[in-house]
Design a protein around this ligand. Structure first.
Ligand SMILES: C[S@@+](CC[C@H](N)C(=O)[O-])C[C@H]1O[C@@H](n2cnc3c(N)ncnc32)[C@H](O)[C@@H]1O
Length: 328
């Protein structure tokens, strides 16, 4: 949710204006502080030196692949993928907590067992130094995509469906992930709270795409739990991790404070922020925060709204997407 895949042209039209005003010999340094699926970082991964950050571990795994891996790693782990696809599965934390064996129906029991075995295999190979860091994150990336194809959910993990869908009933298969060409070795990935990350990054263009209303840690907790292999304390019908990330960005009071703090600390020439009229802070509130810190401009585009199954009928079909720009 919240992916900017369909808005990259709009974002690029504004980022290009900033780029044209920066004089630098080497590559422009671009930071994507709330990188999520990595679609924006991916767009710039060969053009700029990109640093991508996101607090969620599943996002970190996706970003490590998008920004630091290329297709050459795929061949080197073919044997590992074959092994994972042949395994019969074994009972572990995912089976005991998120399949019918644990009274939840996120996965069939067969798939949950295979996930348990595949993840513990990848971690064991890593601990035996039989996988490089690139191979490790590549295999976790393959697991992330495979899990998402067979989860018995609407695509979010706050709850599971009552009956197993045909897609979820299929045996899980670990397939290669699509990695484009990587022509640059200057990219890097962080997994920090944005409030901390802003203290360790600097550069030319800072792109902000904070949560508009909701908490990602709630909606995708299970992806973190699978990929971390850490058997956390969980609770409730959804089996959410007790240590999920609390999200100030979905609070009317805290969001402006968090944004103001990032704008103050940002050591960047330009700050470009995506935000819609469907969000916690109004466009005027964001404009005030930006304009009080430097030269401010705003760009607007109408965009088809993401609709989940539950709000399909009531929610407006179109949202206004803003790009707020600050030249410090
Ligand atoms: C609107 S989404 C970003 C979407 C992204 N631009 C894309 O194209 O996929 C917001 C992201 O912020 C992340 N996030 C939420 N709170 C955060 C925090 N305090 N620090 C860093 N990242 C955070 C979420 O995990 C989520 O991926």
């Amino acid at each position: 949710m919240g992916s900017k895949a369909k808005l990259t042209n709009f974002i690029d039209s504004v980022v290009s204006i900033c780029e044209s005003k920066i004089s630098r010999k080497g590559k422009i340094q671009f930071t994507d502080l709330f990188a999520g699926s990595g679609k924006v970082s991916e767009h710039y991964k060969n053009r700029f030196a990109v640093t991508a950050n996101d607090i969620e571990f599943y996002s970190f795994v996706a970003l490590k692949n998008i920004l630091e891996n290329d297709s050459s790693v795929a061949k080197s782990v073919q044997g590992n993928l074959d092994f994972m696809n042949r395994c019969l599965g074994k009972i572990g934390f995912i089976t005991e907590s998120y399949s019918p064996a644990g009274n939840r129906l996120y996965f069939t029991e067969e798939n949950a067992r295979i996930i348990d075995e595949a993840v513990s295999y990848v971690y064991e190979m890593k601990s035996l130094h039989l996988l490089s860091e690139k191979q490790f994150y590549y295999l976790l990336g393959c697991i992330l995509e495979a899990v998402d194809r067979v989860s018995n959910t609407t695509g979010q993990y706050c709850t599971y469906l009552k009956h197993v869908t045909p897609q979820a009933a299929k045996r899980i298969r670990f397939e290669h992930i699509a990695l484009g060409e990587l022509q640059n070795r200057c990219n890097s990935v962080l997994s920090l709270d944005a409030a901390d990350a802003i203290g360790v990054v600097r550069g030319d263009i800072l792109y902000l795409d904070p949560p508009y209303t909701f908490n990602y840690s709630n909606r995708y907790h299970l992806l973190n739990t699978i990929l971390k292999n850490d058997k956390p304390e969980i609770h409730g019908v959804s089996g959410r991790r007790s240590d999920f990330n609390k999200c100030g960005w979905s609070s009317k009071k805290k969001a402006p404070e968090l944004l103001g703090d990032i704008l103050d600390k940002a050591d960047f020439k330009f700050i470009v922020m995506s935000y819609s009229n469907d969000s916690i802070m109004s466009a005027e509130c964001v404009a005030d925060l930006f304009a009080s810190r430097g030269k401010y401009s705003r760009y607007v585009q109408q965009h088809q709204r993401y609709k989940s199954r539950t709000d399909r009928d009531q929610a407006p079909a179109v949202v206004t997407e803003y790009l707020h720009v600050l030249q410090k």
